[in-house]
Write a protein that binds this ligand. Structure first.
Ligand SMILES: C[S@@+](CC[C@H](N)C(=O)[O-])C[C@H]1O[C@@H](n2cnc3c(N)ncnc32)[C@H](O)[C@@H]1O
Length: 256
């Protein structure tokens, strides 16, 4: 169990898509001076070393963030977060979602990060700043916190989908969270797979939340035969401007 390690995949094209939308949403949400809550169910270690053996072994970051930066794909909010993290931790670093969020969150905001893997959780504790960390199942943590105080805010659900039943249970779980927190921005990342295993989940979500944003981009597999050929983000209550950013990213990915 818990064999997935994001260090092998950090900064890949799926991260570029997910983190571009996350940074854009948080930049928009923090424009207003009102405090907000940020919750993550699957936080990861927060900071990745792209010169380390894991990233070097797969080369996914070289085809992801390195290529996206060269081609000037990144929206301003993600570029700003990336610059701040590199200034602090070194040029070979790549921020995970918790450090991207930390770039935007202000002293009066609240952040809760769940990470179940003990080593990932310990690494996250080194860099997470003022966020509250939970070494527990992220779905249970979010369920207990929602609706949060402050009531404005965002939930990011970024599972590794090691448990195949996640695809079946996520739509019902999200429907319950959206009922409890009708003003929350609820964002789910999912892979686009060659066998289309994600499709029933994505269609069920779209049918249940007609006003939500469904952003999907396609890309070449990281290795021949690799099953992931795209990245999806489903966002309930998308902040103003997120649809435009999703359309911009879709056009860029489609042109490659
Ligand atoms: C895709 S990675 C997270 C990446 C991160 N959100 C980012 O964008 O930088 C998924 C993480 O979820 C953790 N995990 C797996 N099952 C979990 C669970 N039930 N609750 C909390 N964390 C879990 C894994 O250990 C892994 O670090």
């Amino acid at each position: 169990m818990l064999s997935y390690q994001h260090a092998y995949h950090a900064g890949n094209l799926a991260d570029v898509h997910k983190h571009a939308l996350l940074a854009t949403a948080l930049a928009r949400l923090t424009e207003k001076p009102k405090p907000l809550s940020y919750i993550e169910t699957h936080a990861g270690r927060g900071l990745y070393d792209l010169s380390g053996p894991e990233a070097q072994k797969t080369g996914e970051a070289a085809h992801g963030i390195a290529r996206a930066e060269t081609a000037d794909w990144l929206p301003h909010p993600l570029r700003a977060a990336l610059t701040a993290v590199r200034d602090r931790f070194g040029a070979a670093c790549y921020p995970g979602s918790p450090l991207i969020a930390a770039h935007f969150l202000r002293p009066g905001d609240s952040a809760h990060l769940a990470e179940l893997h003990p080593a990932e959780h310990a690494a996250l504790a080194q860099v997470a700043g003022h966020a509250r960390l939970h070494l527990q199942d992220g779905f249970a943590v979010a369920n207990a916190l929602i609706p949060p105080t402050p009531r404005r805010g965002m939930l990011l659900i970024d599972p590794s989908y090691e448990i195949k039943a996640d695809y079946d249970r996520i739509p019902g779980w999200i429907a319950r969270m959206a009922r409890k927190w009708n003003v929350g921005v609820i964002a789910l990342w999912y892979p686009v797979l060659t066998d289309a295993r994600q499709q029933p989940m994505a269609e069920s979500l779209a049918a249940a939340h007609p006003g939500a944003l469904r952003s999907e981009v396609r890309f070449a597999p990281a290795r021949p035969g690799h099953g992931m050929v795209g990245s999806g983000m489903f966002v309930i209550n998308p902040p103003y401007g997120l649809e435009d950013e999703a359309a911009r990213l879709a056009a860029l990915f489609a042109a490659t």
